[in-house]
Design a protein around this ligand. Structure first.
Ligand code: EPU
Length: 417
């Protein structure tokens, strides 16, 4: 199993190119199943999760080729509407396929995702919404078996769930009549899925708002080329890394508009950030100010940068709080950050961090994608050597993270043990 070794203390400088967004490409790959067709998707990051989704599409019967960040999917001969436990258990986003399969085959068998590394993560909103569209849903030996011809209806989510919004969008594209989703998620990755579906011939309006209206259509195109948006979470991770380790860097191929909340918080922390087109220049603060953060659905501060922000706050002057309002229990990184000498107390979903002058390198363990990123960030700022194990978590969501940090001047390398 690979480990990452970091000798902290180097400031970062130079340029880093941000890849395509994991959470945008995964549902778009799933959406290629809705209708038989040939798709060319560009700016696809080479991640464990994109490879897992490729495997799932092949099980369903698609032909998938991938090279140089370009993916070609031919979904013409898909004939097996089944997403098995072996895949769903390794990547919850496999559940995105449910709505797409139901739309194409009027039948789907998708393993019910279990909990994840930090908590239960239910799928009740997905199930209730699909039932409202007329699907018959049963649970059999851990598999959700959904069937039926769908008819549009009014759906209102209790919370703007990203996953449930994606599944309903995909299920409703070819349903009879009109579907309205109220309190829908409006993350850039949802907008991107809507762009993909509309380019395919779907009729979805309300993009960027909490109310989406889908008019069911009969015909969709059987050929489409589409480019994946930049990964705002990878970009945010690099911005926070520079703020923490010190130095100055240029991020290339980003969409600064997707990072408004993060940029505002980094400026409060003392960083200077200048956006120019699809670039962002960051200069680290002389001294990091303590800044409170509460995560929220987009356009709020993303839960996917909560762990990285915590790493930054461990090294600031003063004390700050981080409240996760999206996942109340996403805090497995705290125990590991404390191993670097960080001072963090957790009460329910509120972490209070008292900044320390120096973090000291230590052996630590990855627990999920973003927690792993926070450990790399802390180790870049820590004195001495840190060893991060179970890095397969980080490979799910970051392509060549150690090479990108090496190019910025960090002393970081991967070892296979
Ligand atoms: N929720 C329910 N019931 C449901 C669905 C969600 O109670 O049926 C709750 C969740 O437990 C959570 C909240 O609603 O408290 C939001 O969950 P959401 O459905 O929005 O999350 P998701 O679709 O499972 C996606 C991303 C996550 C990201 C969240 C929030 C993908 C593949 N995953 O998950 O990304 O944290 O939205 O923005 O898009 C990551 O990339 O590291 C990651 C975990």
């Amino acid at each position: 199993m690979d480990k990452i070794l970091v000798t902290g203390g180097n400031q970062l400088s130079g340029e880093v190119r941000i890849g395509g967004a994991k959470n945008a490409v995964l549902p778009i790959m799933a959406a290629t199943v809705i209708h038989p067709g040939v798709f060319k998707i560009t700016n696809v990051p080479n991640l464990r999760d994109t490879r897992t989704m490729m495997e799932l599409l092949r099980i369903i019967g698609a032909r998938v080729d991938y090279s140089n960040h370009t993916m070609e999917i031919d979904s013409t001969s898909c004939n097996n509407p089944v997403a098995p436990y072996e895949l769903v258990k390794t990547m919850r986003a496999s559940f995105d396929i449910l709505g797409a399969l139901l739309s194409r085959f009027e039948y789907a068998e998708v393993s019910m995702p279990g909990g994840c590394a930090w908590g239960p993560r239910p799928v009740n909103f997905h199930i209730e919404a699909l039932k409202k569209l007329g699907a018959d849903i049963k649970l059999d030996r851990g598999n959700i078996i959904a069937s039926g011809k769908l008819t549009g209806d009014d759906i209102e989510f209790e919370f703007p769930s990203v996953g449930a919004t994606k599944n309903v969008l995909m299920a409703a594209v070819k349903a009879r009549g009109k579907t309205t989703i109220r309190n829908a998620a409006r993350e850039p990755e949802i907008d991107s899925l809507i762009d993909f579906l509309n380019a395919l011939g779907a009729e979805i309006s309300g993009k960027g708002t909490r109310t989406l209206v889908i008019e069911g259509v009969i015909f969709l195109k059987n050929e489409l080329e589409f480019e994946i948006i930049p990964d705002r979470i990878e970009a945010g991770t690099f911005l926070i890394a520079v703020a923490l380790a010190g130095g100055e860097a240029n991020l290339i191929d980003v969409n600064p508009n997707h990072l408004t909340a993060v940029i505002a918080k980094l400026k409060e922390a003392g960083a200077e950030i200048i956006p120019t087109g699809n670039r962002l220049k960051i200069s680290a603060p002389q001294k990091i100010n303590a800044v409170d953060v509460t995560t929220a659905p987009y356009p709020g501060f993303p839960t996917d940068l909560q762990a990285q922000w915590m790493a930054l706050m461990t090294n600031c002057t003063g004390s700050s709080t981080i409240i996760d309002e999206v996942y109340f229990d996403r805090f497995t990184h705290i125990a590991e950050l404390i191993r670097f000498g960080a001072k963090i107390k957790l009460v329910k979903n509120v972490a209070t961090i008292t900044g320390v002058n120096t973090l000291v390198g230590a052996p630590v363990m990855s627990t999920d994608i973003r927690a792993s990123a926070s450990l790399i960030l802390a180790s870049l700022a820590a004195t001495g050597v840190s060893e991060i194990s179970r890095v397969y978590h980080i490979d799910r969501g970051y392509e060549n993270i150690e090479i990108k940090f090496q190019n910025l001047g960090a002393d970081i390398r991967r070892i296979s043990t």
